[in-house]
Write a protein that binds this ligand. Structure first.
Ligand code: UD1
Length: 335
């Protein structure tokens, strides 16, 4: 089966391409290289011994999207990653985020309407829950007003898919709400490549440990948690990638009970920022230079997944530990 992976040279997309190829799927990648490198294609090929088809294409151009689907009529499934993901940037450039994250989604769904059947996986985020009143967070937790335009694009994206699926029974879709993806492939041939200063915790830790950054700022130690720092559910990117294959297979095998379903994808365990730092110091043998600073605007106190639905219905479970993920991230930074 031929599967289109948009944004397939990005951090999560590239790991998903590897898992799809390992499972025997034929993969076509579309990427505009705006936040990725063509070298990632070499990494994927080296790991899987198979080069995916690649087209450099900007999905914001509707005519190009139409052309693409006309010339690739044998695509059965789409995993849609292509989007912008920097929270702070989205506050400064909201229209860029609405354009990047929503127009391509609409253009792709418009093409899928005409197909006899299609499978669609959407890259969503736990950010849709905001600060959930109950922990761990289940899929039925209320969706809170988004904290940023980025978060809003994930909420609106899910709504667009939900409405489209209601109107088009031929489209079967799943949105995966990721918690905090970290780490790299154990071959260390692909990993996260942040452009500029990383905004996320783990790349900032590894860049500090290797000397690219002087010091890590820990955003707040006065939260109502055990050690005062925020709690997140950090999931190894390879575990996360495998969840996409499980979701796709559910659709292909016709096991879905509705034509739009959502699943939390996390480990179910929450770790504080200081716990992550300690675990990193353990696996790397380095002492991390960090200081406690004020809170970062928009941060929730604690977010970790109830993964019961994904475990029981998708038959998927995260297997790798925080330390395994941090160790892979550290090897990747060294490489
Ligand atoms: C962030 C986004 C979220 C997005 C996710 C994946 C925000 C508010 N949320 O999640 O919408 O889906 O990335 O890209 O930006 N921390 C530090 N120092 C740092 C960096 C982070 O202490 O230099 C702390 C944060 O306060 C937080 C934790 O580390 O408690 C994780 O932060 P981060 O990796 O940015 O992820 P989220 O904020 O959970």
């Amino acid at each position: 089966m031929k599967i289109l992976v948009t944004g397939g040279l990005g951090y999560i997309g590239s790991h998903v391409v590897v898992e799809l190829q390992n499972e025997g799927f034929e993969v076509v990648i579309i990427d505009n290289l705006s936040n990725s490198s063509i070298d990632v294609l070499k990494g994927i090929t080296a790991i899987t011994k198979k080069q995916p088809i690649f087209e450099k294409l900007d999905l914001r151009d509707k005519a190009l999207v139409i052309d693409f689907f006309n010339s690739h009529q044998d695509i059965s499934g789409i995993i849609h990653f292509a989007a912008s993901k920097a929270v702070g940037e989205s506050v400064e450039k909201p229209l860029l985020y609405y354009e990047n994250n929503l127009n391509p989604l609409i253009y792709i769904l418009q093409e899928l309407q005409y197909k006899a059947s299609s499978y669609f996986i959407f890259s969503s985020s736990c950010t849709v829950y905001g600060q959930s009143d109950a922990l761990p967070i289940t899929e039925s937790a209320p969706i809170k007003q988004a904290e940023s335009p980025y978060g809003n694009t994930k909420q609106i994206g899910e709504e667009i898919i939900r409405d489209t699926c209601k109107a088009s029974a031929n489209i079967n879709a799943i949105a995966l709400r990721y918690f905090n993806p970290i780490g790299a492939h154990d071959s260390i041939k692909i990993g996260e490549l942040p452009i500029g200063t990383p905004q996320n915790l783990v790349p900032f830790i590894t860049q500090t440990a290797i000397g690219k950054r002087e010091e890590l700022s820990v955003f707040g130690n006065d939260y109502p948690t055990e050690d005062g720092t925020c709690i997140r559910d950090y999931i190894h990117v390879v575990d996360l990638a495998k969840a996409h294959v499980s979701a796709l297979k559910r659709l292909i095998e016709g096991n879905n009970t509705q034509n739009f379903e959502v699943f939390n994808i996390g480990t179910g365990k929450g770790y504080s920022v200081l716990e992550v730092i300690n675990a990193f110091e353990d696996v790397s043998g380095k002492t991390l230079n960090y200081k406690i600073v004020g809170r970062r605007e928009g941060d929730v106190i604690a977010a970790y997944a109830d993964t019961t639905k994904a475990n029981s219905i998708l038959g998927w479970k995260a297997k790798l530990s925080l330390k395994e993920a941090l160790s892979a991230a550290w090897k990747w930074e060294n490489k």
